[in-house]
Design a protein around this ligand. Structure first.
Ligand SMILES: CC(C)(COP(=O)(O)OP(=O)(O)OC[C@H]1O[C@@H](n2cnc3c(N)ncnc32)[C@H](O)[C@@H]1OP(=O)(O)O)[C@@H](O)C(=O)NCCC(=O)NCCS
Length: 429
């Protein structure tokens, strides 16, 4: 039996049978419900798309109540422990785990596309000395579209593959150069002997030494963080990539839109807010007073709570473990003690328990990034590098999805109508 919804329009008394598929109804079916032939059909009003599915996707599965996150069906915990970022990127984009040959070819391709055209370097050097690295990343990602004009041919599968390889390969180069720029340091060229993440750390931190090889524990921890950020289904930046990509623009421009969305404090900026909060609390003795302030509604406990995860954020558990690995190398960040104590107290407090507030991915990630000596402006750049394969997997799915159309929501018009225009010369007379 097909599931359906019976809707009775009390304006007309008419009843409609609306089919239910995969727990959703088609908005177009509601459009058939009309008060009369003159008025438009019924639409749904959903600012922020909080209850609207915009696509069918087989990339990432989330069950917020159960704390489940899976990429192409594989639990995030297993991928974080046993996989690498590039293998996860392959999985997200191709939909299956690579064979040995596929893996080696993929890693080889990405490794040999890490360099960017010298003009990209000149372009980046043109930014002001204090330019925000996310602004630089957004602009330089978009600028890549001018270096690869063939990327506009998105109907060609080989061509799409090439651009996705280039983008995953070049993001760390652009991100590292944005970082070096703010520090007034020379840009470091990629070292293709190193792993993806090892090379990124080299481009960030290499000075006069002939080779920069970061501690493998740091490389592993950052690689894990990239895996944790690689996709999160239809979040704000992915929705931006899909929305812009739906115009059939080249993928560099679509991903630049994603970087722009991530730049905003509501999306990529929470871990920085956690750090500021921990610094303000300053010592363990001040935690109870701080918690009381949160409960009184004076402020939020940053890094706690999530729109989707209402049990626990599976990424937070993995990050906590990565914290230990990183601090083994860098020495413990004194803020970690405050964070752990804060978490302990909050998890036992009825206010947080009742509201299902748990640490999210941002609660510990800022501490790790700080241990790497990244300034807070770089945190979102790291997020963007990790999220690139997810954006591309979603973009690739979009452009091959026959059901997708150019993104063009409706509106409820609330302004004036049919006013009479008076020319400025008369209005200002
Ligand atoms: C992530 C977040 C925006 C999700 O918000 P949401 O799903 O819309 O949840 P709501 O804002 O409706 O909050 C539900 C209740 O929990 C409370 N709450 C939510 N997050 C809270 C937090 N971090 N600290 C204290 N109280 C919080 C709200 O005040 C509200 O309480 P009330 O019912 O008494 O009014 C929110 O939890 C938050 O602001 N967290 C801190 C910022 C952060 O870490 N963001 C990163 C997300 S990855």
């Amino acid at each position: 039996m097909t599931e359906s919804l019976t809707v009775r329009d009390n304006r007309t008394g008419q009843e409609y049978d609306v089919p239910i598929t995969d727990g959703t109804i088609r908005a177009a079916d509601l459009g058939k419900i009309k008060a009369d032939d003159e008025t438009p059909g019924l639409a749904v009003y959903d600012p922020g798309f909080v209850n609207t599915a915009s696509c069918r996707s087989s990339v990432t599965y989330i069950d917020g109540d159960k704390g489940i996150l899976e990429y192409r069906g594989y639990p995030i915990e297993q991928l974080a422990e046993h996989s690498s970022f590039l293998e996860v990127a392959y999985l997200l984009i191709h939909g299956h785990l690579p064979s040995k040959e596929e893996h080696d070819a993929w890693v080889h391709e990405i490794t040999y596309h890490t360099f960017v055209h010298e003009n990209v370097k000149t372009f980046m050097q043109g930014f002001r000395y204090d330019a925000h690295p996310m602004g630089m990343l957004m602009a330089s990602t978009g600028a890549l579209s001018t270096f690869y004009p063939e990327s506009r041919d998105i109907s060609d599968e080989q061509n799409r593959h090439m651009q996705m390889v280039r983008m995953i390969a070049k993001m760390p180069t652009l991100g590292a150069w944005a970082f070096r720029h703010a520090q007034g340091k020379p840009y470091v060229y990629p070292d293709n002997d190193l792993s993806y993440t090892g090379n990124f750390l080299s481009m960030l931190f290499k000075m006069s030494e002939t080779k920069f090889e970061a501690d493998p524990r740091l490389v592993k921890a950052l690689d894990t963080l990239f895996i944790l950020h690689a996709d999160h289904e239809q979040n704000c930046s992915t929705n931006a990539v899909r929305s812009v990509g739906s115009s059939q623009v080249d993928p560099y421009s679509a991903v630049a839109a994603g970087v722009g969305a991530l730049y905003g404090p509501l999306h990529g900026g929470a871990n920085e807010a956690v750090l500021r909060m921990l610094k303000r609390i300053g010592s363990k003795e001040n935690i109870p007073a701080f918690i009381e302030g949160v409960k009184a509604g004076n402020e939020r406990l940053m890094g706690f709570g999530h729109r989707v995860y209402k049990n626990f954020d599976p990424r937070a558990t993995i990050i906590k473990k990565a914290c230990d690995d990183v601090f083994e190398v860098t020495g413990v960040n004194p803020l970690l003690e405050i964070a752990k104590e804060l978490e302990k107290i909050a998890l036992e407090d009825e206010y947080f328990v009742k509201r299902k507030l748990y640490p999210n991915v941002d609660f510990y990630s800022g501490l790790i990034y700080e241990a790497f000596q990244f300034p807070p402006e770089m945190f979102t750049v790291l997020f963007a590098i990790g999220r690139t394969p997810g954006w591309l997997a979603q973009w690739s799915e979009l452009v091959t999805d026959k059901e997708q159309k150019i993104a063009r929501p409706k509106q409820i018009y609330t302004g004036d109508r049919t006013l009479q225009f008076t020319p400025a010369s008369q209005r200002w007379a």
